[in-house]
Design a protein around this ligand. Structure first.
Ligand SMILES: NC(=O)C1=CN([C@@H]2O[C@H](COP(=O)(O)OP(=O)(O)OC[C@H]3O[C@@H](n4cnc5c(N)ncnc54)[C@H](O)[C@@H]3O)[C@@H](O)[C@H]2O)C=CC1
Ligand SMILES: O=C(O)C(=O)COP(=O)(O)O
Length: 636
């Protein structure tokens, strides 16, 4: 029997779908029935009985009996289940193992599941075996489950209530769970509070009855001011991901406990203003414009970080983000290779006139001839923009026997035998192929128009996989129709549909020898998966320890891991004296600084201070109150 002082709190925690992500008995059925032709039918029958029991639609004793009767399981299946459940412990429980071990005297697992699989899992997390209250299976001599101990209170209707009555805990009782039977502890007056736990399942009927709804154990600990691994629960931090970013990105944020919403398409300004409300982390690709209007709207006031799940960041008002203390990250190299391969492939397709030949074949026309068909070997490639993509194309094109020329706005080292041109005019005068790889900065709008096409050699092959606004489409159409441009491959357009449901409208449609692709230069499985890992890792480093390494608009700081300290992040306008004021506050309160880092841009300063554990709310308020403060964050 547990007896505690009055101020003590007992944490009565449910197991299935709370401590672990799944329902143990359902999983046991799936394991036991593996290979059975009626598996799906029986498992879904068991699941539906579980759900009805959880919602209080049928009595618990009836639901348990019905489920165990349907279960052809044995000891071996239970062992397999234990291994499986070890990997299914709820993420927020795993994060807060310390809380469990430190409070093991007061943590009770009260479950209508079975000790046979609960004890090993709970004990592995620091729960005391004697504090696990659950049913036990009965087995026959061969180890087959034949039933369960029906005298156990937890196998009966209102079993949890009966058990708590018997335990007669001396202190406050907080019940945490996802099911109706957990709420019944509160209803009966045996628990002071019921916390509906929604990390794994959310049942409306249970949520409605709760004193508090907690999306994670972090949130429960935060609400109750208990020691925890996250200073602020991530389940309260909203992540909005747009433009169908890779599922890996969603998984990274979810496994850290964030509240994640993924939308398939891009959003226009008004839609984004609506959706950005309460969002702290925004993920987008090339089609969503993050404008000043969106950023200055009160709905965007919680925004801390933006991830461009692509290379280009021209769609984001980087300066406005910086002024507002919002760090922006991108994936500068993850899709480089994909663009390179597409550009090279398109050069070959166009110069062999494969589009025309293939179209004819589909119409049944066999036109075997070498007319208008050339090799790329020995031809001159002109690259406009010699950055990550341009240089990689340069190396590969040269290896394929092309002569490479390039023009870049800044002085770039020529790779291999590539030749640097001093002007666009010089480049256009010599190139048989022109491929654009400049970035999408505003000043590059309409960089290629009638005047530029006129400078090019006749019958040039023209490729644009950079940004749509770089090329004047009417001028390109004219150049194609006049024969100045022999063929073109265009992947990016001044206006691009927001989703796959919108029609693509453009004057280039229907022209011969023009490859049109829906902005897929960087859309390969490999690139998207790489980006889906890379960008979240940057965003998470920023959120978890303040590192801004790789940010495209923020002072870059790579910080050591945070150990045994509080980390205070202060973002301010870059005016004289802020660091002195910050340190003045620490000195005044006699707080020992364990480490401090400062980096500035023209616009902002970013100061990170690691302090010994003790600090007061007063200090935090004073730090936030320093003039010219933009944002303040506290981590541990
Ligand atoms: N179609 C697609 O799916 C994709 C398109 N892109 C586009 O490709 C662009 C280039 O990517 P990276 O090579 O990684 O960028 P990068 O920043 O490494 O290279 C861009 C180069 O263009 C040069 N440049 C900019 N404006 C110029 C001008 N007016 N004249 C001459 N040179 C100029 C810059 O100095 C720089 O060297 C991205 O910014 C993005 O817009 C990138 C990935 C996928
Ligand atoms: O990486 C880039 O800059 C791209 O243009 C690719 O954009 P996307 O992610 O396909 O919208």
């Amino acid at each position: 029997m547990l007896t505690k002082t009055q101020e003590q709190i007992f944490f009565v925690i449910d197991f299935d779908s709370t401590f672990t992500k799944v329902e143990g008995l359902d999983e046991l059925a799936a394991i036991a029935l593996a290979g059975n032709k009626d598996k799906d039918k029986i498992v879904s029958e068991i699941k539906s009985i579980t759900d009805r029991g959880m919602l209080g639609e049928i009595g618990f004793a009836e639901s348990l009996k019905a489920r165990v009767n349907l279960l052809p399981a044995n000891r071996e299946h239970v062992d397999i289940l234990v291994d499986f459940l070890m990997g299914k412990i709820s993420d927020s429980f795993q994060r807060n193992r310390d809380f469990i071990t430190q409070n093991q005297e007061n943590i009770l697992i009260v479950s209508s599941g079975f000790k046979d699989f609960i004890v090993p899992v709970a004990v592995s997390m620091g729960v005391k075996e004697e504090n696990v209250y659950a049913n036990t299976f009965r087995y026959d001599a061969e180890g087959n489950i034949t039933g369960y101990d029906e005298s156990n209170l937890l196998s009966q209707d209102k079993g949890k209530v009966k058990l708590l009555q018997q335990l007669n805990l001396d202190g406050d009782v907080f019940a945490i769970g996802d099911g109706y039977t957990d709420y019944e502890l509160r209803e009966s007056g045996l628990a002071n509070k019921f916390f509906a736990f929604t990390e794994n399942v959310e049942r409306q009927k249970v949520v409605e009855k709760a004193d508090e709804v907690v999306a994670s154990l972090d949130e429960f600990l935060y609400i109750n001011g208990l020691s925890r691994s996250q200073s602020y629960p991530k389940s309260k931090i909203k992540v909005l991901l747009l433009e169908n970013v890779h599922p890996k990105a969603v998984a990274s944020f979810k496994s850290e406990g964030f509240q994640v919403e993924l939308l398939k398409g891009a959003l226009d300004e008004e839609e984004l203003i609506e959706k950005i409300k309460g969002v702290s982390i925004l993920g987008l690709r090339s089609k969503t414009n993050l404008t000043k209007k969106v950023l200055e709207h009160p709905n965007a006031s919680r925004l801390m970080a933006v991830g461009a799940f692509c290379i280009g960041t021209n769609q984001i008002n980087l300066d406005e983000c910086e002024r507002r203390g919002i760090a922006v990250f991108n994936a500068p190299y993850s899709n480089t290779r994909s663009v390179v391969e597409m550009a090279i492939g398109e050069m070959i397709i166009l110069t062999r006139d494969i589009m025309t030949k293939s179209n004819k074949m589909h119409e049944g026309i066999w036109d075997k001839s070498a007319k208008n068909s050339y090799e790329i070997r020995g031809k001159k490639l002109g690259l406009v923009g010699y950055g990550s993509i341009g240089t990689q194309i340069s190396v590969i094109a040269e290896a394929m026997g092309m002569e490479v020329y390039f023009y870049d706005a800044v002085d770039k080292l020529a790779l291999g035998n590539a030749k640097k041109c001093k002007s666009l005019e010089e480049l256009f005068g010599v190139a048989d192929f022109i491929s654009l790889h400049v970035d999408g900065r505003k000043s590059n709008a309409n960089m290629i128009g009638e005047k530029e096409f006129a400078m090019m050699k006749d019958n040039v092959i023209f490729i644009n996989l950079s940004r749509g606004h770089v090329v004047e489409i009417p001028a390109l159409v004219k150049a194609l129709k006049s024969g100045k441009v022999w063929g073109a491959a265009i992947d990016v357009f001044p206006y691009e549909p927001k989703t796959n449901d919108e029609e693509f409208v453009n004057e280039l449609r229907g022209l011969p020898r023009v490859i049109l692709t829906p902005h897929v230069g960087g859309s390969t499985e490999e690139a998207q998966a790489n980006i889906g890992e890379f960008v979240p890792s940057k965003l998470l480093q920023f959120m978890n320890n303040g590192s801004t390494y790789g940010s495209v608009n923020f002072p870059e700081l790579q910080l050591p891991a945070l150990e045994g300290a509080h980390r205070l992040l202060h973002i301010h306008q870059n005016v004289p004296g802020i660091l002195a004021k910050i340190n003045g506050i620490f000195a005044k309160h006699n707080v020992n600084i364990k480490g401090q880092y400062l980096k500035t841009t023209n616009e902002i300063g970013y100061v990170i201070t690691d302090v010994a554990k003790e600090y007061s709310d007063e200090i935090v308020e004073e730090l936030k109150g320093i003039d010219n403060t933009i944002k303040f964050r506290l981590l541990y």
